[in-house]
Design a protein around this ligand. Sequence first.
Ligand SMILES: Cc1cc2nc3c(=O)[nH]c(=O)nc-3n(C[C@H](O)[C@H](O)[C@H](O)COP(=O)(O)OP(=O)(O)OC[C@H]3O[C@@H](n4cnc5c(N)ncnc54)[C@H](O)[C@@H]3O)c2cc1C
Length: 495
Amino acid sequence: MLMPDPDQAMISRKRELVTKLREIVPGEGVIADEDELRVYESDGLTAYKQPPLIAVLPETTEQVSQVLKFCHEEGIKVVPRGAGTSLSGGALPLADGIILGLGKFNQILEVDFDNRCAVVQPGVTNLGITKAVEDEGFYYAPDPSSQIACTIGGNVAENSGGVHCLKYGLTTNNLLGLEMVLIDGTVLRIGGKHLDSEGYDLLGLMTGSEGLLGVVTEVTVRLLKKPETARALLLGFSSSEAAGELVAAIIAAGIVPGGMEMMDRPAIHAAEDFVHAGYPLDVEALLIVELDGPKAEVDHLIETVSGLADAKGAVTKRVSESEEERMRFWAGRKAAFPAVGRISPDYYCMDGTIPRNQLPHVLRRMREMSEHYQLGVANVFHAGDGNLHPLILYDANKEGELQKAEDFGSDILRLCVEVGGVLTGEHGVGVEKRDLMPDMFSDIDLKQQQRVKCAFDPDALLNPGKVFPQLHRCAELGRMHISRGQLPFPELPRF
Ligand SMILES: Cc1cc2nc3c(=O)[nH]c(=O)nc-3n(C[C@H](O)[C@H](O)[C@H](O)COP(=O)(O)OP(=O)(O)OC[C@H]3O[C@@H](n4cnc5c(N)ncnc54)[C@H](O)[C@@H]3O)c2cc1C
């Protein structure tokens, strides 16, 4: 993995930088000791490790602003970090840069039931928001499997999703406002408690910006009322193709389930061995379809989906009759990643998105790739969204297997793009998919995206080495070619 060359002159200034940063963030908020810095050397993409030069843990927006202003003036690179659960290496540090940890921003600032929103600091965990409002019958909808640990700031930066995002939307659909600090220290407020904002959709732009445009210091999220009831169907199929056809049939019937998840045979077996959820072991694919809403509507939809499942040849069918049984259906799916961790020394979790109707074709091609690379793969999908999470099984202790797993993963992502999908569904680009960006975007697309980056961070100090395979100098991107002395579009105002 190629990262920007570390600036040795900056590394040699470490002591001086630590002294200056301690003037801004006193006490234990600046970490310089090499052993203590190891805590930050990696995120959820553990194949890559790099301790930062310094870690800074501010507690107030004013401190974040001053730290960024200082870094801007001194040309120091900054990698923002929440809980470090990113699976794409988004929070991977740089040897000559600081890690800006937002863990101390862990307060729920306001719960406003009248406006159905909560104002929280970015280090609050995703699940922490729901915990704060569930007694009043409310919740925060996007639910990444990592929700017990990941922070809402990280969710905003990655536009994270989860099982319930098919019906209730990703992070971007559940945000109302942000406070952000730009690299020059400017504190910016976007949106608020109101439903829409004037001007460009900067909230949309910031969501999923992977720490490249600014540092989130406050988040206003939508709260939803918990559905009156929820029931789930557990459906087994003799082929993934048949399960895929049911997914298409449910959506075509105009039904939007609260969640619709699929697992293939290796994932089913791993999950059942781990949590004993009662999954059938003689099927090739398992679908969990959850319907939620008023009781009468849910009962009706359960019957409709059940009928569609029969028509598509479901070989096993169970409907949850109690909350406990519904939770048991989900227990295996929610534990699928650690369950796969028990059957293989290492696994590499991919994240691509495809048009739903391409699922059978993509699964077939993935099986061929699995044979070609001689590596197993277990599949877990957000089937309703077409978001795939193939888990490639390998052993890092065997020479060359990590590289083989990465090549296999890259081929899967290229396949997603080839069939009309995209490189990532919810885990972000980070360093993991950075070098595949040209497979999806043209040179012009990438340069236009970088012009947006330049507007916010002209010196490329925020999270460099992530998302873009090649960072162009902003001055170079601003250049205009004039042919035979003729200014293009002379009627346009020039700034
Ligand atoms: C077991 C497991 C299961 C997972 N399941 C899911 C899932 O179901 N769905 C899903 O979407 N993801 C999932 N993830 C991935 C991960 O949890 C999410 O990407 C999450 O949003 C990262 O949050 P974090 O606080 O850990 O951020 P970090 O990993 O610390 O950072 C992620 C990115 O956000 C940036 N960032 C963090 N905080 C800020 C901030 N305050 N301001 C600006 N930039 C910031 C960082 O620079 C980095 O680029 C899973 C991860 C694991 C380990």
